[in-house]
Design a protein around this ligand. Structure first.
Ligand code: FES
Length: 113
């Protein structure tokens, strides 16, 4: 059996939904660190499976925010993805080779340099 690198927190068998579907694995870089996820799943799912719970920080207080609604209706999962600010990671599918950054406050184009 091949080693599963897609995250120790990944739910592989749900008591009601059954087994998670198989998918092609890809690499994603998050804040400079390498992780793996399944192509097509929401970026947020990859991050949670790999134990990453902070998506952004508040502009004034710096408090950490994490995934909240999970359906694209709140701003809490906004991250910088491939240089684009405010990407809703709960509704954006994972593509091969993505580079994801924790968004600091409102984000900055300088973050991407
Ligand atoms: S968690 Fe609310 S929009 Fe993604």
């Amino acid at each position: 059996m091949a080693e599963d690198k897609t995250g120790a927190n990944r739910i592989k068998r749900h008591p009601f939904l059954g087994d998670a579907p198989d998918g092609e694995t890809t690499r994603v870089i998050v804040d400079g660190n390498e992780f793996y996820g399944i192509i097509g799943e929401p970026i947020a799912m990859t991050l949670l499976a790999n134990g990453i719970r902070t998506s952004r920080t508040m502009p004034h207080s710096g408090a950490h925010r994490g995934y909240f609604c999970g359906v694209g209706r709140c701003p809490d999962c906004a991250m910088t993805v491939d240089g684009e600010l405010n990407v809703m990671t709960c509704t954006t599918p994972l593509r091969p080779g993505m580079v994801v950054r924790t968004q600091q406050g409102l984000g900055s184009w300088q973050e991407n340099e």
